[in-house]
Design a protein around this ligand. Sequence first.
Ligand code: HGY
Ligand code: MN
Ligand code: MN
Length: 419
Amino acid sequence: MTVATANLALDAERLLAQLQELGTIGQDSAQGGRTRIALTDEEKAGRDLLAGWMRELDLEVRVDQVGNIFGVLHAASAEGDAKPLMMGSHIDTVRNAGALDGCYGVLAGLAVARAYRQARTLPARAIVVGAFTNEEGVRYQPDMMGSLVYAGGMAVQTALDTVGIDGTRLGDELARIGYAGTMVPGTIMPHEYIELHIEQGPVLEAEHKPIGVVENLQGISWQKVTIHGVANHAGTTPTRLRHDAGYAAAACIAHLRDRVVAAAPDTTLATTGSLRLEPDVINVIPRKATFTVDLRDPDELRLQAAEQRLADFLAAVADREGVTIHTEPLVRFQPVVFDAGIAGRIEAAARRRGLSSMRMTSGAGHDAQMMARIAPSAMIFVPSRGGISHNPREHTDDEQLILGAQVLLDVVQDCLGAH
Ligand code: HGY
Ligand code: MN
Ligand code: MN
């Protein structure tokens, strides 16, 4: 076989068909979404389908000790195998998700490998397509867990011993679905890592840009807040005598928007995605409230300041309402700056195709932010219609999906041709 040089063709039809087919796995009734939460039977079915597609391309399939899946297209030489170019993302989803988040980057990586196979050529360096475990962090925290372990940011055993919000142990579920691999995470050390992803935000659509060159990714802080008050009768307890965990939680959540975000409204984001009250009965003052806080900002000092503003308010509420408040940190990732060289190649590849692009920050967390710890990394974004994601209405036009995958293929050939 000859070694490929340039201008390989993308099989766009197959890419779109695979996105469609993977999107049918875990389909739930609500508005045509799908749910493939990490290490569930539905996600196993997605893993099995992906591994089958990797084998169809005659890629060497490898699974590591936390279930990260890799398809390896070996190079023409052992020397080329030693410096693999890695692409990847994830195929686990949030609840009632769209079909593109994560899956697009994994299947576009397969499309790149397919271009070499269909041209019957081999890459100068190995090409690896990764699907990382538990990127969403819905069931087991933190998110981006598989790539965090892969990058050496979390011990394998700590990941395996993680207990989920459903009380299951990650390692047990991994074994149950048959993806407790043997490869030590980090064994395949990428020479560079490139992740193609939908933007999941409104910027590219608003700016009429088909390609986003992602230069950096914001910091993420997740915590669980537990408030203990006193249950009492809703009709007989005067307000001044209440220790109302529900009211205290509501005050804290309102404060997130009114004060924590208000101090840096253009950059700091705050979200409470989960809230539970006990005993959760209409005529009982809640004795307990549990809620999550997701804080983000591209600047580390502003993120720290937001965390401090929240901590100060929690202390004030505890004192004022006579409740006790406990916080449990779940995730804390600093902002990440991606590789300027790869970003430049992405911008140049778009330009060669006559595509406008723009430099941008990623609002969402991605596996690339972990892989940036061990290899030069960067991301390519394509537009999301209405900026919607983590929602069945998540959509990117086929033509935009194809252009993004084509730019990925161009960048890969550029990187492999360069060294
Ligand atoms: O939370 C995030 O930003 C990512 O979707 N896990
Ligand atoms: Mn994603
Ligand atoms: Mn996501």
